[in-house]
Design a protein around this ligand. Structure first.
Ligand code: GLV
Ligand code: MN
Ligand code: MN
Length: 468
């Protein structure tokens, strides 16, 4: 049988448009690797196989780069703070991608965004995945972003392969995982997990410029009902599983040359606000014996934080004074007020709590010795650690194995929205290597090969969980 030229052109067009691999990635090493797979079953009960999965790495990289342009500081740094203009534009960008992926979109009162791919049995609790896109000042473009854009691409990958979920699959963009603007970490997932005190506190919460949370949220198109933050909370069982893809933010995977980390537990974070007040005064005229310098009290407490953390004797205990502000902030004025924000974490909650108690005692002792007033000692959050679910760990391990990707079980020292999703659903996390473990700084980097591997493991894990 001979082929006419017009038939040949038609055939070529068909191949290009029916195969995203050829249309976008024909020369892509990741795609080639995928094509070399020879049919490991995703799930025994259906014929879908990893050989038919192909990540559109080029588009994904383009999306990561484009999202990074919604920033309030120049490249390579990224700064994207909750409910600012750049955050709103970035959210629009994500919703657009969700729409292009055929997901049905819903947003709640604080701007958690949900994109759902309905399964063949939509009455069953869905499988969720996602992360955040807010970025602390002068950070990088991968923290959180990989877990949002990667989740959308995992869905696209599954769709292209012809997969049909039984349980619905849902991508979640969580509001304000970073505590930058209102001092509360994992704000969206905390509310989803049903933290009622937060729903109440948000009604009177203000940022550093005295802009209320409600006004800020409204400026971004959320919080229409003043009191509706309770409505954000999810019922237990709303999801049958939650899986988050994230860069490791530590050096282990890269150092050991392992492409996939499987998180078994997330360390317990806490944060504390402290304020000291003294009399201030003229830097020349007030003699040293007559001073009660609130700035020096803060400096002494910062050193005490380091000492108490080291006293724990465990490498897993960490403590940071990331914010230290002095008032009035003039070279020739003795600080009359100081404000510190302290972050301390440990995989062992008890040990972390002992550190917090020691910090409290030091703050009081320093105030007494220096004749300043300790006007605030507020534990903003003191969260327990979270454990990953055994069956999700198994699904992630099986997915890595089927994809021929080595993996390592590890703990997450950083916190994530998964810490709170674990309260409403079985939870698991997939880590990928990042350059030198850098994160929360502009040098943060993950290669598209590693990201694509993470997306594949996520896609296969979601597929398995969805059929379960
Ligand atoms: C998350 O950004 C963290 O600080 O762990
Ligand atoms: Mn972060
Ligand atoms: Mn993050």
């Amino acid at each position: 049988m001979s082929l006419k030229f017009s038939d040949f052109v038609l055939l070529l067009l068909f191949i290009c448009f029916s195969s995203p691999t050829l249309a976008h990635n024909g020369d892509d090493p990741i795609t080639r690797t995928m094509e070399e797979f020879s049919g490991y079953p995703i799930h025994e009960s259906h014929s879908h196989s990893v050989s038919s999965l192909s990540v559109d790495a080029r588009s994904l990289q383009k999306q990561i780069d484009e999202l990074a342009t919604f920033s309030d500081t120049p490249a390579p740094s990224v700064t994207r703070i909750l409910y600012t203009e750049k955050d709103v534009l970035a959210r629009r960008f994500i919703k657009n991608l969700m729409g292009l992926s055929g997901l049905s979109i819903r947003e709640d009162a604080v701007g958690n965004i949900f994109g759902r791919w309905e399964g063949s049995e939509p009455e069953l609790a869905a499988i969720a995945t996602g992360s955040h896109i807010d970025a602390i000042p002068y950070s990088g473009k991968y923290d959180g972003v990989v877990g949002v854009l990667g989740a959308i691409e995992a869905i696209n990958t599954l769709k292209r392969s012809g997969f049909k979920p039984k349980k619905s699959l849902e991508v979640i963009l969580f509001t304000s995982e970073e505590p930058t603007r209102f001092g509360i970490s994992c704000l969206g997932s905390r509310l989803l997990s049903g933290v009622e005190e937060l729903a109440k506190a948000l009604k009177t919460t203000v940022d550093g410029q005295n802009i209320s949370f409600i006004l800020a949220a409204r400026s971004a198109g959320y919080a229409e009902e003043k009191d509706d933050f309770y409505s954000v909370s999810l019922k237990k069982g709303s999801y049958s599983a939650f899986v988050e893809l994230h860069i490791e933010q530590g050096p282990i995977l890269e150092k050991e040359g392992i492409p996939i980390g499987i998180v078994t537990a997330i360390a317990a974070p806490a944060s504390i606000k402290v304020e000291f007040e003294g009399n201030g005064g003229h830097a020349g005229a007030v003699l040293m014996p007559n001073r009660n310098d609130a700035g020096l009290a803060a400096a002494e407490l910062a050193l005490a934080v380091e000492r108490h953390v080291l006293e724990s004797g465990s490498i897993d205990s960490v403590g940071t004074v990331g914010i230290l502000e002095l008032h009035p902030g003039a070279i020739n004025s003795i600080p009359s007020k100081s404000h510190l924000e302290i972050d301390t974490r440990d995989i062992d909650e008890e040990r972390r709590n002992i550190i917090i108690e020691k910090i409290r005692q030091s703050a009081s002792a320093i105030a007494k010795n220096r004749g300043v007033r300790l006007t605030e000692f507020k534990i903003v959050n003191q969260d327990p650690p979270a454990l990953s679910d055994k069956s999700i760990i198994e699904a992630m391990e099986a997915a890595s194995k089927e994809l021929n990707l080595t993996h390592k079980k590890m703990i997450s020292r950083a916190y994530h929205d998964s810490l709170f999703m674990a309260r409403v659903s079985p939870m698991g996390m997939i880590f990928i290597p990042c350059y030198k473990g850098y994160s929360h700084k502009p040098e943060e980097y993950a290669s598209i090969e590693n990201i694509s591997n993470g997306v594949k493991v996520l896609a296969v894990t979601l597929a398995k969980l969805s059929q379960g």
